[in-house]
Structure formats: C-alpha cells, structure tokens
Design a protein. Sequence first.
Length: 356
Amino acid sequence: MIEAAIRLTRTGFGLDVSFTAGAGVTALFGPSGSGKTTILNAIAGLEHPGQGRVAVEGTVYFDSQKRIDVPPHRRNIGYVFQDALLFPHLSVAQNLRYGLRGDGTSFDGTVALLGLEHLLERRPAKLSGGERQRVAIGRALLSEPRLLLMDEPLASLDIERKHDILPYVERLRDRFGIPILYVSHAVDEVARLADRVIVIEGGRISAMGPPETALAPHLHGDETRFDRVSVLTGHAGSYDEAYGLTPLIHEAGRITIAGKLEENRKTRIVIRARDVTLATTAPRNLSVRTALTGKITAIERDEEPAAIVAVALAGGQELAAAATRKAIDEMKLAVGDQVWCLIKAVSIDARWLTSG
C-alpha cells in the first residue's frame, strides 16, 4: 500500500495531493505540467516537498512533521523513466545485473518475462526503443522494489513499438504483487493498463476511481471537443474467424470489434466521441454493426460548432457522442430522450484493448 500526501510550492506552480494506492497499476493521468512527474519524484526522494508524508507498506520514507527524509537509494523503489537511461558501455545482461539484489535467482525469470533472452549480449545502441524500455523495466524489477514508478515509459515510442511493449507491461502488472504508479497523458494506454486512475489537473486531484468512471468526464482533446472519449467495459464473445470480428457483450448491446479478443474475459474499450453517431429510432440496414441503447443525460453546448451529448447506457456506464449543434436542433434532441449510439467496428483498434 502506498500512502502519499505531498504539498510543494514552486514559482508559478503549487502541488497539493493526497491519495493511497494498492497492488496493480494506479495511473496518474492528466495534461503536461499538471504535476504527475513531480509526484513520482517526491515519492522516490528526488524532490523534497515542503509538507507531507510518504509511506510504502508501512515504512515511512518522508514525514515533514517528524523530520523523516530517507535518501533515494535507501527507499527500495524502482523507477523507469521516459528515457531508459541504460549504461551505453554495458551489455543488456550487465545493465540488468547492475540493479540485481539478492542471490540472483530472479534473473532468468525476469529475462523470460520481458522476452530479453536473445538480447543479453547486445549494447544499448543496438536496441530499438521498445527493447531499451524492456531492459529498463527488467533492471528496475531486479532491484526487488517495494514499489515501481513508471514515468511515461512509452511516450518516446511510435505507435507500433507501443503495441509491442504493452503486453510486457501487462505481464509485470499481472505477475508481480507490487504496486505500480504509472504516469501518462495517453488515454488509450491508461485505459488498457490501469486498475485505478487518479486524474491530476493543475497540481490537484480532480477525480479518482476505475478508468470507466475517472477518465471519461475529464477528457477533452487538445484542439476539439470531438476528441472526448469514453471507456466502456464488457465481456468478449466468440471470435468469428471468417470475418475477423469479436463481439463484446455489454448490457446496452453487442459491440463489434475488428480483431480477436480472448473469449469470456472482461475487456475495456476506448470510444472517441467523434466515432459515435446518434439515432432516434432503431437502426436498420446499416453497415454499422454496433447500436447501443441509452438515454440522454446532458447536452454540452458552447459557441463551437460541435456539442457533446452524454448518454447513460443500459447498465450504468456513460458514452459521449459528438454532434453539430445544428444536427442536435434538427433532431430535437433533449435530456431524457432515448437514443441509439452507432459505432463502426473499424473505429476501435483491438490492439489497444485489454482483458483482466
């Protein structure tokens, strides 16, 4: 269990947060400059809060009132940075062993977990970005930490390398019992990996909870409201090999996924508001395979052409749909109306989905 209460003031910025986190992945999510990395650094001992308390599994690492401030090298915390920070003159095996604690019995298992067997003799310069990050994760794990901090470990990777490394991060999440604090501002990453989300905005916590509830109300795109997203959860049905489709069973209807998912497993999906079309009557003879039923709970308007329609789906989850103000007026949409939310299968990338 992580206990963190951190208050820190800099010129033009103040951080004041308090939270606890248990096993699994707790994501610190929010825009750049909101204080996410500062929180990790304070927990690791690289930043010195003006006030607060940090404890891991009952061991107090920082307490401003009791004047406790354990130095970073004695906190037994693993840290994976955005830049892997490997030693360039050492091989992969030597980089891994640099962080090794204990009798070394965990070395082979960690190497296998992260798929590093064929890389052990290489130097970092001969590795891809994803391979370097896997080595950095392995080095952190081999220090046998009580807590693992990950600061945007995939931010420097292109989309294909992210898809390559995400399964390895899932493996360590599922295999190890240690708490993981994972910093990111990428909603797809967080929705796939996190068990719990803490939304940080302007140095404060604005929301906490599972991804389905913590993410959706706080997400706008950088440029347009069409980039608002929702996170839904269902259970994967039987894969249709002939067409390459998997149904995701949701109380509001079946969601068709272009790709293969593990049958009967709980799965989260991210749906962008711009990919949702609204209908006031049950759809017929459309190429769209997904039609979820729900009732409108809010219509968010401003001076922009686009508005956001919030729909409470059967089962309690909320889905955001983007539509022009003109379309909303012409359809005479209002709070309380029943609607069908239409989603193209090809708008959901199965590579970003996770089962748990």
